[in-house]
Design a protein around this ligand. Structure first.
Ligand code: PLP
Length: 474
């Protein structure tokens, strides 16, 4: 290219100032960070300049459509944020989508305290300084029958606090079959190490007997620990010691028994086809000294670590310096209070606690919901798309109920562009729709669709069905 031509071409590049003061760019104002918009626009301009200077023949009109390039980049940036999504996977405790949804009471409470201020540490009775956790602790005792309660940020911190406070520099006995990794690299043995206690493993991976614990007890034993093997299942030639047996032995050896129960199940799910397992309330009734679990698994509340048990073990935790580092914020506490109040108030937690509602929905009801949904989908679909009622299973998720899934009914959608592309298109909607794929069908499981989700799910499909062509995936 001649020098003069280059000069002329360079003059065609719009100036940054002109660009960002254009009407189009005003659309981004107040929505996206100004410096981000500037940075992306500057890069686009720089790109054209480089191409011209390098004699590139590929500089095209597309390079000049800076507004749409910036818009696309901003949307990409947006997709990385935490926003509402539609979970059509049917996995109720989806760890990647925030685990348990909150009940109405908790949502309302949260909204009300976020208006301006809240009574986090003011005693409404006296007007004097109060404690942020007194009420939630009282509610927990009321609900579960535990003598005392402490709340921290999650179950992992609960395990850390309990071990550090009650068994530092002492031996803690645990079955080899329970040395679990919970996920995200959280391994029970490593947390125990961090808390300064010494791990004493007993039994083998598949078999541990009461006598194994008994033989491991020394004058330096500080605690017996049982961990719920929430995310895996050992089947076949197995044997483990029940909570009741351990409670009995801990008592006779005068040692505390700590049960990391994890999932926070409060009700009996057996009538709904689940295997029997001791829930939190039953474990406390059976006499466990300390029990800990997550707030956002089957308990159905916010992320949190709830520790319950005997007064003599729980009260010291409250004055542990670690407690200051692990204490939850006002949003967590308010939400947790409201969730417990809901349990204490409702006739039927399976109705009003969303996570329990999803786990216990009757197949016939689910089927009817799916059939109605399919009818609406058929009304808006394009002719090439096939939609059928499909039977299958919903996993529970969140590392609970390994090897168990619930029979379910789904909308199976077969589109000529293929399941992967349809799935991608659904994910690009606002709010994003997440779904499963099986045998080149997109599966929509309504088990996890509640409230406004249904309307927005349908809207998302409407948009996808009316899109003329698919713009390639980045
Ligand atoms: C889920 C779980 C944890 C981790 O809980 P977080 O609240 O995610 O920190 C620890 N122990 C058990 C047994 C669990 O099930």
């Amino acid at each position: 290219m001649e020098k003069e031509d280059k000069k002329l071409l360079l003059r065609t590049i719009p100036s940054l100032e002109k660009l960002i003061s254009s009407d189009e760019f005003k659309n981004f104002k107040g929505i996206y960070p100004r410096r981000l918009v500037l940075k992306i626009a500057r890069n686009c301009i720089e790109n054209i300049r480089t191409k011209i200077l390098n004699n590139s023949s590929t500089v095209s009109v597309d390079d000049y459509s800076i507004y749409s390039q910036v818009k696309e980049e901003l949307q990409r940036w947006d997709r990385h944020g935490i926003k509402r999504v539609i979970n059509a996977t049917g996995v109720p405790l989806h760890t990647n989508m925030g685990r348990s949804p909150l009940c109405e009471r908790a949502k309302k409470r949260l909204e009300s305290i976020l208006e301006t201020y809240c009574s986090l540490e003011i005693d409404g009775e006296t007007g004097k300084r109060g404690s942020r956790s007194k009420r939630v602790e009282k509610l927990l005792s009321e609900f579960t029958g535990a003598e005392s309660a402490v709340v921290v940020n999650n179950d992992s911190s609960a395990v850390l606090l309990v071990l550090e406070n009650l068994a530092k520099n002492k031996e803690v006995i645990i079955s080899r079959g329970e040395l679990v990794e919970i996920g995200g690299g959280f391994r029970i043995p490593e947390v125990m190490e961090r808390s300064g206690c010494h791990l004493v493993e007993v039994g083998t991976t598949n078999k541990t007997r009461l006598i194994d614990y008994k033989k491991a007890i020394t004058p330096n034993t500080g605690m017996l620990l049982k961990v719920h093997t929430s995310n895996f299942k050992i089947i076949g030639f197995t044997e483990s010691v029940s909570l009741e047996e351990l409670i009995h032995m801990a008592k006779s050896e005068n040692l505390p028994l700590f049960y990391d129960q994890g999932n926070g199940l409060m009700i009996n799910l057996m009538p709904y086809g689940f295997e029997h397992e001791l829930n939190v309330i039953e474990s406390i009734k059976a006499g466990v000294d300390i029990i800990a679990f997550s707030g956002d698994k089957l308990f159905g509340g916010p992320q949190g670590g709830i520790i319950l048990g005997k007064k003599k073990y729980i009260e010291p935790l409250k004055n542990d310096p670690l407690m200051r580092a692990l204490r939850p914020d006002k949003m967590t506490l308010a939400c947790l209070e409201a969730t417990i109040e809901e349990y204490l108030t409702t006739e039927n937690p399976e109705e009003t606690i969303p996570i329990l509602n999803m786990l216990t929905e009757k197949p016939a009801k689910l089927k009817k919901r799916v059939e109605d949904f399919i009818q609406e989908l058929i009304n808006i679909k394009n002719p090439e798309t096939e939609i059928n009622l499909t039977e299958g299973f919903s996993e529970i998720g969140g590392g609970t109920f390994p090897g168990f899934s619930l029979p379910t009914f789904m909308a199976g959608i077969k589109s000529p562009e293929g399941a992967n592309i349809l799935q991608e298109k659904l994910r690009r909607q606002n709010p994003s729709i997440y779904c499963r794929i099986s045998e080149d069908q997109v599966l929509i499981d309504l088990r996890t669709i509640k409230g406004n989700d249904r309307k927005d799910l349908l809207n998302g499909f409407k948009k996808v069905f009316t899109e003329r062509q698919f713009n390639s995936i980045d």
